[in-house]
Design a protein around this ligand. Structure first.
Ligand code: 5GP
Length: 143
């Protein structure tokens, strides 16, 4: 089946252009990272390449080196910031997989022994909690 084209008005493209707000924790020339507004766990962060693609399937392979370099940085930072026991990395491709926003992104979720993930795209987190968590991650990234 032919997949749909990249939509320049997807929500992450709008965040990348600064048209809608996000709680950013990291930015460089190729990648940004910000808090997921419907976290599957405390500190759930999304790492997003600036290069446009729907997902991993249509991405230029040159995207992956800078993207996964930042995924590792953010994974180490959230583990430290939240004193996590582990980190789950998730990435979805097309609706059948659970993808809901069609700009490539990687989920970085701190994990704690015995605590299951909340549902994917479940409830909205309070903005003040996202602000506080973003501050913790920025501090861990900076140290
Ligand atoms: P996907 O299902 O495409 O892998 O994940 C999309 C993620 O984006 C979901 O975890 C969802 O909670 C998150 N999300 C959806 N809309 C927004 C938004 O407007 N801002 C932020 N920061 N995250 C969003």
């Amino acid at each position: 089946m032919t997949e749909a084209a990249y939509d320049t008005d997807n929500i992450f493209a709008k965040i990348l252009r600064g048209e809608i707000p996000s709680h950013r924790v990291y930015e460089d020339e190729a990648v940004i990272a910000f808090m997921d507004v419907m976290p599957q766990g405390s500190g759930h962060t999304l790492v997003v390449p600036k290069a446009p693609s729907r997902n991993l399937l249509d991405a230029n392979p040159s995207t992956f080196d800078p993207l996964f370099t930042v995924v590792q940085k953010v994974a180490l930072a959230v583990k430290k910031a939240f004193g996590a026991d582990g980190v789950t990395i998730l990435q979805f491709n097309e609706p059948a997989s659970g993808q809901t926003v069609y700009h490539l992104h990687v989920h970085v979720i701190p994990r704690f022994d015995g605590i299951p993930l909340k549902p994917h795209t479940g409830g909205m987190e309070k903005p003040e909690v996202l602000v506080e968590n973003a501050e913790k991650i920025r501090a861990a990234l900076g140290s």
